[in-house]
Design a protein around this ligand. Structure first.
Ligand SMILES: Nc1ncnc2c1ncn2[C@@H]1O[C@H](COP(=O)(O)OP(=O)(O)OP(=O)(O)O)[C@@H](O)[C@H]1O
Length: 249
């Protein structure tokens, strides 16, 4: 299968020489989804910034099928801007619109279609800040759909969202995979990662990369999170890591 993202010996950080990412090697093919697991400050967002070309210092190789779309956590979004869900989705078209042109009718239609895909056609004119956390997350995914990128980088898209939003988001993930896109999803949910074909475990450097049966072992999770955070089920299988994030719901 054709690779959409490949990194070789990727290192990088914010200050020259102080690597936050130390040697990351992985490859995600068209139609695949990879969970990116790691503790708080483990380097998940930094990896995404490296793939977006935004990191001040980077060495090694990154091969991408095209510019990736980044879907941030909705918690970081400003809620007081007077923008509608449609305005936010339309922002996905800005990257391909020259500064001297207005966003065209086609892109407006794409924004409508993207909101429809995430189940928010009826909220298109609602103010972004008045939507629920899960709905805002879906709008941010709609923005990425408008961008039409071959690779999507999503920062904890399922964390703290309501159940209907989570179901809708997972449906869209399945569609995006069927379209041959590659998805990297930062998550704290080990059980979720177990359901996906690939897992990348990061703790400043790469701890493991591969299918969940190889990567989600107790040993790997302990090296990723530290002993005290890994919770085992009756069969000794690591099921979760103690939550180190305070998410608002
Ligand atoms: N802009 C920045 N300047 C300097 N250091 C930074 C910057 N952003 C992050 N770091 C540092 O890089 C390291 C990795 O942070 P990063 O945000 O990538 O982790 P993360 O895995 O995404 O964590 P979280 O789960 O909290 O989102 C941390 O030690 C952090 O302090």
């Amino acid at each position: 299968m054709k690779s959409r993202v490949v990194t070789r010996e990727l290192r990088g950080g914010y200050v020259r020489g102080a690597d936050v990412l130390g040697g990351v090697d992985f490859s995600v093919a068209a139609g695949e989804i990879a969970a990116v697991l790691g503790p708080n400050g483990g380097g998940k967002t930094t990896l995404f910034r490296a793939l977006l070309g935004e990191l001040p210092f980077r060495t090694g190789e990154v091969t991408l099928a095209g510019r990736p779309a980044y879907v941030p956590q909705t918690e970081g979004a400003r809620l007081d801007f007077p923008v509608s869900a449609h305005d936010v989705a339309l922002m996905g078209a800005y990257g391909r619109t020259p500064w001297f042109k207005r966003v065209g009718r086609d892109d407006r239609a794409r924004a409508d279609a993207a909101l429809e895909r995430v189940g928010l056609a009826d909220r298109a004119h609602a103010r972004f800040g008045t939507l629920s956390g899960g709905q805002r997350q879906r709008v941010l995914i709609a923005r990425a759909l408008v961008q039409d990128a071959p690779v999507l980088l999503l920062d904890e898209p399922l964390s703290g969202v309501d159940r209907p939003s989570a179901a809708q988001i997972e449906r869209v993930f399945a569609e995006l995979r069927a379209e041959g896109r590659a998805l990297l999803v930062a998550t704290h949910d080990v059980a979720q990662a177990r359901a996906w074909p690939l897992v990348l475990c990061l703790n400043h450097g790469q701890v493991a990369f591969g299918p969940p049966e190889e990567t989600l072992t107790t040993d790997v999770l302990r090296r990723t999170y530290g002993d005290e955070l890994v919770i085992l089920d009756g069969a000794g299988q690591a099921v979760t890591v103690a939550c180190h994030h305070q998410h608002e719901h």
